[in-house]
Structures are given as C-alpha cells and as structure tokens.
Design a protein around this ligand. Structure first.
Ligand code: MRU
Length: 340
C-alpha cells in the first residue's frame, strides 16, 4: 500500500499525486516552503491529507529554527504557520491541524526547545495515526449503508491518497467490499484536475475493487438506468447546519441523486466540521488557476484570451444530504451540532 504522507529522515515524504497514475514517485520536502508548494500545487491534496502534511510541516519548521529563547522560537514558528495556513482556503482540516500544533508548542513553553521539537513531531505522528483510525471507523459505519450488489457513485478522490490512509468515502467503499465483495464503483472523472480518473480509479484498481470510470456528465444517465444505489463523497468543510463543501460538481451529483431517490452520503472525520460557521454560505471557496480548465495534457482546448472560471469546490445544502458518516456514527445533517 502506498504511503500518502510520512516523516522520513528529517523530511516530509509525500507521494507526488500530480504524476499519478503514470508514475509513482515520492518527494522529500526538506523545508517549509517546499511543503507549502506541495500543498498549493496539489502534489498532496484532499482535506485530511493536507492537514497531516501541514502538521508535519510545522514539526519540520520547528527543527529548522535556530533560536536561543522560547520567544524567538515561537515567533519564528508562527511565521511558518502563517505560510502553511495561506496555502489553500477551503479545507478546514488544514487550519485545525496547524492550530493543534500551535497549541502543543504553546503548552510546552517552559521546556527545552529540543523537547518541544520532539513533542511536535510526536503530535504530527498522532494526527496521522488518529486519521487512519478514524477512517476505519467511518468505513465500518458506512459499510452498513451499502447493500450487496450496489452501484456506488463517488466524486473526486476521498481515498487513501486524500487522507493518512484507507480513505473516507473510499474507506466506506473498501469496508463494504470487505464485507460482501459485491459492489461496483462508478468514479466521476472530476474535471478539471481529474482526481477521479487519475487517483480514485488508480486506488480502487490496485485493490481489485470493480470500478467504472465515467465523465462527470454521465452520472444522471447511469442513475436513470438504475445502475447506482448510493452516492458517497468526502468533504472539505461541513458547516454546523450540515451544509457540505466538497469538490466542484458534488452539488450537481447531490441534486441528481435526490431526483432519482438515491441516498447521498458524506463521509468525513469530525475534524471536518467547522462549528464556527453556521451555513455553507460562509465557507471560502478556492478559485484556482484558469490553466487547469484551459489546458488538458499540455494542449489548449479553448481559444486564447477567453474568460475562464475555476472554482475548486461547491456547497451541497444539508437538505440534499442523507447522512453524514463520521468516526462516531452516521448522522442526519441536523444532528451534527450535538458534537459541540
Ligand atoms: O482539490 P482537492 O483534490 O484537494 O479536493 C479534494 C476533495 O474535494 C475531497 O473530496 C475532500 O478533500 C475530501 S478527502 C477525504
């Protein structure tokens, strides 16, 4: 099994997801700037995975700071945290993980700097371990919702590549597959960056789980044909009212699912829930470079100079979501407030 994010000999080691599926190559980020660049350029992506990467980025930053006092150390560390925080705006897991690392550093202010550095690395390791454990729990709760023989549609990649391992939406699918070995996955290709085609199809194929790749505009067709019995997606941020931000195109899938009476499940760890915001309207939506839409495989597919829009995420209103599956169970969107 591939390792999405690890600590390796003083560096943050990542599988470079921009090269998949044609090449499996690991890169070692040896400074904070290369960690930030990897997140910005989608070498590592997926909400939990970027949180874990940023946590290791903070641990790396701490080791690279040369300071004699805690104050100097902490101020330098905060600068690096600001850089990591600025990489992507939508996934709340990024901010959650950086905040947890900051609090760890603050809680140890009376300790020697070497002790703080070791503790920060241990904290990043814990975030990674906890994420994998949560994904197995999400998978177990979600598997009960996938009947034998189901066609399961997923959008983008919420798999091992998007997390510490196993995946959220793909964790549900993996767990259901382990249970009855009787399902087939429909993977939306997920334009413009093709996470479904390049990453989801790759992961499932490696695990010998039956997967059919479709373009984003085919899902309604297959729903109408009765080929899809459930949709399962991940999330980048869930508002306290149950509105769900996820990869652009998710909202359309949810509307189609509703129109066809198909359950629409969102699988995410509870760290994806942002209790500070009341509705999806408050979720910042990342706008990415026009070239992602304009160029496919190095080739321009539209005239030069035209207007191009590239929002990376959309918000699915809570009323279209059948259940939110977390490590604590499968809840109605209106029930998630009870966590707080
Ligand atoms: O732009 P990306 O590839 O980071 O977007 C990823 C998604 O939208 C995932 O579905 C989401 O982060 C959940 S990952 C478990």
């Amino acid at each position: 099994m591939f390792k999405t994010v690890t600590w390796y000999q003083g560096a943050v080691r990542l599988i470079d997801q921009t090269l998949l599926p044609s090449e499996v190559r690991y890169i070692d980020c040896k400074d904070v700037e290369s960690v930030a660049e990897a997140i910005e350029s989608l070498r590592v992506r997926g909400a939990p995975a970027i949180g874990i990467t940023a946590a290791y980025g903070v641990a790396l930053a701490a080791r690279l700071i040369s300071a004699n006092t805690y104050e100097d150390f902490y101020n330098a560390l905060m600068k690096d945290c600001i850089r990591l925080t600025a990489t992507r705006p939508t996934a709340v897991n990024l901010f959650w993980a950086i905040e947890r690392m900051k609090q760890k550093a603050a809680s140890l202010r009376d300790e020697p700097l070497s002790v703080i550095c070791d503790a920060l690395l241990a904290e990043a390791d814990a975030i990674l371990r906890e994420d994998i454990a949560m994904n197995y729990k999400i998978g177990a709760f979600g598997a009960d919702l996938i009947p034998p023989g189901a066609g399961v549609l997923t959008h983008c990649n919420a798999g091992g590549l998007a997390t510490g391992g196993y995946g959220t939406a793909l964790g549900v699918i993996r767990s259901a597959w382990d249970k009855h070995h009787n399902l087939t996955v429909f993977a939306d290709e997920t334009r413009p960056v093709l996470q479904g085609a390049r990453l989801t199809a790759w992961e499932l194929h490696q695990d010998n789980i039956p997967v059919t790749l479709i373009t984003d505009n085919m899902s309604g067709y297959f729903m109408k044909q009765g080929k899809i019995q459930a949709c399962v997606v991940g999330s980048d941020r869930i508002a306290s009212n149950g509105d769900v931000a996820n990869k652009i195109g998710t909202y359309g899938v949810a509307i189609l699912a509703k129109a066809h009476g198909i359950p629409f499940y969102v699988a995410a760890p509870s760290s994806t829930i942002d209790f500070d915001i009341h509705s999806g309207d408050e979720i910042p939506i990342e706008s990415r470079d026009a070239s992602e839409v304009h160029i496919i495989g190095g080739k321009e597919i539209a005239p030069k100079g035209i207007q191009i829009a590239n929002p990376a995420f959309d918000v699915t209103p809570a009323e279209l979501v059948t259940r939110i599956i977390t490590e604590k169970g499968a809840f109605l969107p209106s029930e998630i407030r009870q966590y707080h």
